[in-house]
Design a protein around this ligand. Structure first.
Ligand SMILES: Nc1nc2c(ncn2[C@@H]2O[C@H](COP(=O)(O)OP(=O)(O)OP(=O)(O)O)[C@@H](O)[C@H]2O)c(=O)[nH]1
Ligand SMILES: [Mg+2]
Length: 381
């Protein structure tokens, strides 16, 4: 966690987020993110020097110098894997300062599909939380490219905490048949840029209503490998309704059907100083109406003076909710992990159907009250 001091001298911890663009589609996406948001900590990684030279404004790592001689991996996943393995220590050094690593890549080529499984493994070993935002190939790219992407996805899943898949095919409507393909690619790239920017904003800004790194950790560690992302924004008087409608019908949420089986959901809203309670209420009501009763929901609201008259929302949705492994549970509790620790807001809430029974008093202590409350022990989260 990095620390900054407020005017009052209070130290505020902010999670350090490192965004890593890998391969020819990850690199320009990350470069564009940095143009829009120069504060973003980002690095581009590729075997292909041409792509890296075009993004001179950001930190770049050229991998596989001796494997591909500065060219791309030419679709060869094994060359992509070897290239990154050769620069293992450089990648590990990048992770030293990161609490959350967000990897952006297109699967189906050689560099992204070969390198991302290795990078996620290195990050896992370093104890860094890993979220991947990956595009999946169009059907027209053919079966062998689709298979390469699927294989890579399986390997990435064994190491990454969570993967957001952006199938390029989902970016296309029937009415798009005559659009230049570059424009369609740009659409999925824009989805990744918006998503990462919204996530960064949510974690970096002080919200009026908390959504912090701990919430994101819980979501990413429990989502059983995959989660969905959707973002929306609108301006004007009806912005609350407009944002809510975009989210509940979002194409990345399978036109909203993903919400109907959501096991967990995080929603972050950002508005200007003019943000109204009724707008928050409208978005939350429409989203919650879609969710199963027992889903885990967490939400936050942040105010950004640049968002006057605007409202934006980001949702992360998990369809599965796994029981955390012992190792994960320990990390969630902050043991041996560099997350901010807080206290669980636990309190005694009545004795239910035992309310009319006498308490069990032993040596002056009421044994019906849990030990951690009797002894004033604070549980970390
Ligand atoms: N969103 C988006 N996806 C792209 C773009 N170009 C390619 N893709 C997708 O990303 C997949 C991987 O392509 P690249 O990123 O070019 O491949 P790479 O990882 O650089 O691998 P090599 O070039 O073989 O070293 C493709 O199969 C496409 O589905 C793009 O401009 N935008
Ligand atoms: Mg390439």
């Amino acid at each position: 966690m990095s620390e900054r001091a407020t005017k009052e001298g209070l130290k505020i911890s902010a999670p350090r987020i490192l965004v890593m663009g890998v391969g020819s589609s990850g690199t320009p996406a990350v470069a564009r993110m940095c143009e829009l948001n120069p504060e973003l900590d980002a690095v581009a990684i590729d075997t292909d020097t041409k792509g890296l030279e075009a993004t001179a404004a950001i930190r770049v790592i050229h991998v596989g110098r001796t494997v591909t001689n500065g060219c791309s991996a030419g679709g060869d996943v094994e060359l992509g894997r070897q290239s990154i393995e050769k620069d293992f220590s450089n990648i590990r050094a990048q992770l030293r300062q990161a609490d959350l690593l967000v990897i952006v890549a297109g699967l189906g080529g050689g560099t992204g599909s070969g390198a991302v499984p290795v990078i996620t493994r290195i990050a896992r070993e370093a104890g860094t939380l890993v979220l991947c935002m990956l595009t999946l190939p169009f059907a027209f790219e053919g079966k062998s490219i689709t298979r390469k992407a699927e294989d890579a996805l399986k390997r990435i899943r064994t190491h990454a905490d969570a993967i957001i898949r952006i199938p390029n095919e989902m970016m296309v409507d029937r009415s798009d048949a005559d659009l230049p393909v570059e424009q369609i690619f740009a659409r999925s790239q824009q989805m990744m840029i918006d998503g990462i920017f919204a996530l960064w904003r949510m974690l970096s800004q002080t919200g009026v209503c908390g959504l912090d790194f701990a919430c994101i950790q819980i979501m990413l560690r429990n989502c059983d490998g995959f989660c969905h992302y959707a973002g929306a924004d609108a301006s004007g008087v009806d912005r609350g309704t407009a944002v809510a409608e975009k989210i509940v019908k979002h194409r990345l949420l399978n036109d909203g059907k993903v919400l109907e089986k959501a096991a967990g959901l995080i929603i972050g809203l950002t508005g200007g100083p003019d943000l109204k309670l009724s707008e928050i209420d409208e978005v939350m009501r429409q989203v919650q109406e879609k969710l199963p009763e027992d889903s885990w929901v967490n939400f936050g609201v942040a105010i950004d003076s640049a968002c006057e008259n605007r409202l934006s929302a980001i949702v992360l949705v998990a369809e599965e909710w796994k029981e955390p492994l012992m190792d994960d549970a320990r990390r969630q509790m902050g043991f041996g992990f560099n997350s901010g620790q807080g206290e669980l807001p636990l309190e005694t809430i009545g004795k239910g159907r035992f309310a009319n029974l006498d308490s069990t008093i032993h040596e002056g202590q009421d044994l019906d009250v849990p030990t951690y409350i009797r002894r004033g022990i604070k549980l970390p989260r």
